[in-house]
Structures are given as C-alpha cells and as structure tokens.
Design a protein around this ligand. Structure first.
Ligand code: DAH
Length: 345
C-alpha cells in the first residue's frame, strides 16, 4: 500500500515537472516534494506501523525514491539553465559589421612637428640631440658666449633674471657651452631644441616664450661652406627642394664672422612679391663661425678645432611653412587651429 503510494509520487513528479521552465518554479516544486511537509515525510511517519522486516524495505524504498527525485530535479535544473543561456546568447549577439565609435583624434602641435622634422634631418646627417635647463646661469647664457657684463649686445636680449646669477634662458646657445665643457676639446655635432624666454610684449610676431633650434659643429677644418651646406639641407627639408639660401653679414658676439641666413621666397620663387617685400628672400635665422673666445673659454684650442653654429627660430619657420600670420596661435590651444595639423612622419 505504502509502496504504491511511493510509485504514485514518482509518477506525479514526472508530470508535474514537465511544464516547469524557470528556476523559481523548480525550487517551489522541490520544496513540495522533498521538503518537510512532502510525501516522503508522510511515508516515513508510517514506519512505526511496520514489522522490522517491513521497516527495512520501506526505508530502502523511501531512499530510492528520494534519490530518484533529486536526480530529476538536478536534470531539470540543468535543462532550464541551458535554455536560459541559449536565449541570452541569441539576444546578445554582437554585430561585428557595425561601425565602431569614432574617437576624437588628437594632432601633432605644429611647433613639435617642425622640431621632429628638424631632428630627423640632422640625425640623418650624424648630429646628436643635446638639451639644457631652462633656468640657466648668467655665465652659460652670456659670459661664456662672449657677452661679458656690461656688453652692449646684452641689451639685444631683455632677460628674465631670477637673481644676479640665474635667469630664464633667453636663447638655446648656452647648450653649446654645456656640451663643449662636457666634451673636453673633442669634435662633435649637436642640435638643441628648446624653450627660451624674453621680456617681450606679446603681439602677432613676439612672444615672451618661444622655441629655438640651435646647432653646433666643432672639428678640424670646418669652414663656412660646411655651414652653408647644413643650412641648405634644412631649407630644402623644411620648405621644398627648389629653395636656395644666401648668407648676409651680421653680428653676434659668439660668432665671427656672423651671418643672417635668408631662404628664397616660396611664393614668388625669388622674383619678388608682397610676402618677401619684393626682395625675393626671407630671413630665417642667425649663424656664424664660432668665435675663438667662445672656443677658448670652454676648453677648445682654436688653432686645432673650429666650428659653426646656428640658431633657428622654430615659430618663425613654422609660420613661414604653414602660412600662419600670428605667433599667438601656437599658444592659445584652440582646437580649431590645432586640428588642422595632421602631418606625422
Ligand atoms: N642665439 C641667437 C639669438 O637668440 C641666435 C643665434 C645666432 C644662435 C647665431 C647661434 C648663432 O648659434 O651662431 O638670437
């Protein structure tokens, strides 16, 4: 009688589980069949009416039934979970052909682009890059560049002094001095990009902070012709390969002779136009043969080693190259200006 009841429970369970398809429902059913008030507990209660032999068989039957039901619940649970996963995968499928989100791209700052172009060019000609601090000593920035205290040429550069010995460098030329002292009389070729500071009122062509790109080559038998070659390469790299350069006599305390370097005008090809003010030439930088005093002060013997130096205004040639008419554009951080420069090499 009791055994029939147990068979009936197993059958009922099969029917009862067939339309269960979520885990909560399944849990409810589990409580109904296997919980404290379930049919097996009732069957257990009948134990006390059994003979010792009957107790043994009934105990085994109840246990078999329990194992059977637990197995059924386990199976059902796995089925439900599989179905749910399948549905989820179907719903969440990724369309790999959809276009991605477009990230806003940055661009290279035009001044940095110019510096990278110049560095690449001079590295290809065997130069190395040297750097120096923006806070310099008066000694490196002026004294050792043949500008002693009271020298009239110091007026050319209105300098931000921190104290009588320290200043914000007004030119990258002190990197020449630092490298010469380090190299102890040996030949070398360097270029030095960097920021410089002057007490200028900011306007379309002046900025209290700007960038220079300095060059220095020291070695035996270096001549002005070598300087001309190094700068002609620069003009053709920065502008175009048809450009020419010319040297005009000038004055810098640290070079002798000193020259001002012009590049032929790219707008009129040298015939003369408003951009070059009719001359066919545009002034781009200062240069010269290193002054013997400068060599001696930093431990070089001018009878054995000579050299040339140049100082390029990075803003100036960038403005010429990209036809920018106001130097302040470089420092306003206006993305409408900056995003025009996408060129990277
Ligand atoms: N230092 C100069 C300036 O700031 C530029 C310059 C001219 C640098 C001639 C040089 C040079 O190395 O030889 O105006």
């Amino acid at each position: 009688m009791i055994e029939n009841l147990i068979d009936a429970i197993a059958k009922e369970l099969d029917g009862d589980l067939s339309d269960v398809n979520d885990l909560n429902k399944l849990q409810e059913k589990k409580a109904k069949y296997l919980g404290k008030k379930g049919p097996l507990t009732q069957a257990m209660a009948d134990m006390k009416n059994q003979t010792p032999e009957g107790k043994k068989t009934l105990g085994m039957r109840i246990n078999e039934c329990k194992v059977y039901m637990e197995k059924k619940f386990e199976e059902k649970k796995r089925q439900i979970e599989e179905k749910q996963l399948e549905a989820k995968l179907k719903k969440e499928k990724i369309d790999v052909t959809l276009p991605g989100l477009k990230l806003q791209e940055g661009s290279i700052h035009p001044l940095y682009q110019t510096i990278m172009d110049l560095e690449d060019l001079y590295i290809s000609m065997g130069y190395t890059i040297a750097e120096g601090p923006e806070i310099e000593t008066d000694e490196n920035c002026f004294e050792k560049l043949n500008l002693p205290k009271g020298h009239p040429a110091r007026d050319m550069q209105d300098t931000f002094y921190i104290n009588p010995e320290l200043l914000l460098r007004s030119q990258t030329s002190p990197v020449q001095v630092r490298t010469m002292i380090e190299e102890k009389g040996k030949p070398f070729k360097i270029v030095c990009p960097g920021k410089v500071y002057r007490r200028d009122q900011d306007d379309a062509t002046h900025s209290h902070q700007f960038m220079q790109f300095e060059g220095l080559v020291l070695g035996p038998n270096i001549t002005l012709a070598d300087l001309k070659g190094a700068l002609l390469e620069m003009a053709r790299c920065m502008f175009d390969k048809d450009r020419n350069i010319r040297l005009r006599p000038s004055f810098f305390p640290f070079t002798e002779p000193s020259v001002e370097v012009d590049v032929s005008c790219g707008i009129c090809g040298g015939k003369g136009c408003p951009t070059c003010k009719g001359s066919g030439w545009i002034e781009v930088l200062g240069a010269g043969m290193v002054n013997n005093n400068v060599l001696r002060m930093s431990g070089y013997n001018p009878d054995e080693i000579q050299g040339f130096a140049f100082g390029i205004g990075v803003e100036r040639i960038t403005m010429l190259k990209y036809k920018i008419d106001d130097i302040r554009n470089f420092y306003l951080n206006d993305v409408r200006f900056l995003s025009q420069f996408k060129e990277v090499k």
